[in-house]
Ligand binder design. Structure first.
Ligand SMILES: [Ca+2]
Length: 171
């Protein structure tokens, strides 16, 4: 109960911040330009009807603590946000040295679903180390679509690195 109230508060803070920013941005800037070059093949995920809620339990963003927080990029071993999880607060050029939290499974080439919890950034996910190979993107948290879901076939159990790609604007 208490946790839920906190999550709602944080979500509202995000929405208020978003509205304030929207009001200060000139209208011409609201048309979103595609920030990606031709080496991206599109979105990472397939559409899902509902996203898992972000866990705000600890109040602060801490990567790799097993809680998918606002601002983080989270990956699950199974599709539909099931099984083991890893939560990244920053970029990671190589998942081969990462294991899912409390799991023996290596993250590299083992991810079934994702969530971008960052409302200010896209996440570019790639199938080779150091952000190489075929890359696709996850939209910022709160976008109409594309910020969570199961991976499309060209990224399913293939992701090896990712980085946050700032927009400056909330979704
Ligand atoms: Ca976390």
């Amino acid at each position: 109960m208490r946790q839920k109230a906190k999550a709602t508060t944080l979500r509202m803070v995000g929405i208020v911040a978003g509205l304030m920013l929207a009001l200060t941005v000139p209208s011409t800037a609201s048309a979103q330009e595609a920030p990606f070059s031709a080496d991206t093949s599109g979105g990472l995920g397939t559409a899902k009807s509902s996203a898992p809620s972000l866990n705000q339990g600890r109040g602060i963003m801490a990567g790799k603590d097993g809680l998918c927080n606002l601002g983080e990029f989270c990956l699950w071993y199974q599709p539909d946000f099931g099984g083991a999880l890893i939560d990244f607060a920053g970029n990671d050029p190589n998942y081969f040295d990462d294991k899912f939290i409390a799991s023996e499974f290596t993250v590299a080439q083992n991810t079934g679903s994702f969530l971008n919890g960052n409302p200010y950034s896209y996440v570019l996910g790639c199938i080779d180390v150091n952000y190489m190979g075929v890359c696709g993107y996850a939209d910022p948290y709160g976008s109409p679509y594309g910020w969570y879901g199961n991976f499309v076939p060209q990224f399913d159990r293939l992701l090896v690195s990712h980085y946050f790609f700032g927009t400056g604007d909330p979704a």
